[in-house]
Design a binder for this molecule. Structure first.
Ligand code: GLN
Length: 256
């Protein structure tokens, strides 16, 4: 992303001029496939637009502050996931923050933790944070590989690309809205991908997902800033998306 030049004309309309605070939750436990990079992506996209940013890592054993603007949770193995869920259930910070409108993005294990409950491969059921109406059980086959999911216009309308590696199959409840519809890969396991409730998003896409999907990154930032951030041209990201989307089944059908 080095091609972008910082923009420092201060034209964002966030009324609160303090730095945007991005919480990176339990990076010592969750964060397979460089999921921690999602916090870096948000910080750089803000910095290049002249918005001050702080990334706040919250490690296992530290209380989760309720005062942050965004919270990122990465993926992890079942044991790490169960440990992280227990820790986050015991600390009220994330729930308090979402109640006052903070933005949350959970990836894979992080997504499952945000749901009502998840069952790990050892058949133990764990209580989730109940921020998304979703429940996860082990599927019959592990889902591994590239994913493309189409999202509607209210979520930016740009197809999402990412990489999945999970055993869990996630079913959304009546209050669960999918983030998108898979046209390549598995996602939740029923043709849908991820979940959304208010400003809380869960997705199976690693990548890190925000590096591969700038429209999603800017959607999260627009929720924090109160206005869509100005466009940012990153030719290498455009090229990455072109290459990844070339293998989308819909794209292939459209060309044949
Ligand atoms: N342990 C979970 C599963 O296998 C999540 C995996 C992940 O975060 N990559 O479903």
């Amino acid at each position: 992303m080095g091609a972008a030049q910082p923009v420092r004309d201060g034209s964002q309309t966030r009324s609160d001029t303090s730095a945007v605070r991005i919480g990176l939750l339990l990076p010592d436990v969750l964060g397979t496939y460089s999921d921690s990079g999602n916090a870096t992506v948000l910080a750089k996209r803000l910095e290049w637009r002249g918005v001050a940013t702080t990334v706040v890592p919250v490690r296992l054993g530290e209380p989760v502050p309720a005062s942050l603007d965004l919270y990122m949770l990465g993926g992890g193995e079942d044991d790490a996931q169960a440990l992280a869920a227990a820790r986050l259930r015991a600390s009220p910070g994330l729930r308090k923050a979402t109640a006052r409108g903070s933005v949350v993005l959970g990836i894979c294990a992080g997504f499952q933790i945000l749901g009502r409950r998840f069952t790990t491969s050892d058949r133990v059921e764990h209580t989730g944070l109940e921020l998304l109406d979703a429940a996860t059980v082990p599927g019959t086959r592990r889902a591994v590989g590239e994913v493309v999911a189409h999202v509607d216009a209210t979520l930016g309308g740009q197809p999402l690309t990412g990489f999945e590696n999970h055993q869990g199959h996630t079913e959304l409840g009546p209050d669960g809205r999918p983030l998108g519809r898979v046209t390549r890969g598995v996602g939740n396991g029923d043709g849908t991908e991820g979940a959304l409730s208010g400003r809380v998003i869960g997705t199976y896409l690693h990548g890190p997902v925000l590096a591969r999907n700038p429209a999603l990154a800017d959607l999260l930032l627009s929720w924090v800033l109160g206005t869509p951030p100005r466009p940012l041209e990153l030719p290498e990201v455009t090229e990455l998306r072109r290459e990844r989307l070339a293998h989308d089944r819909v794209g292939i059908r459209a060309r044949s």
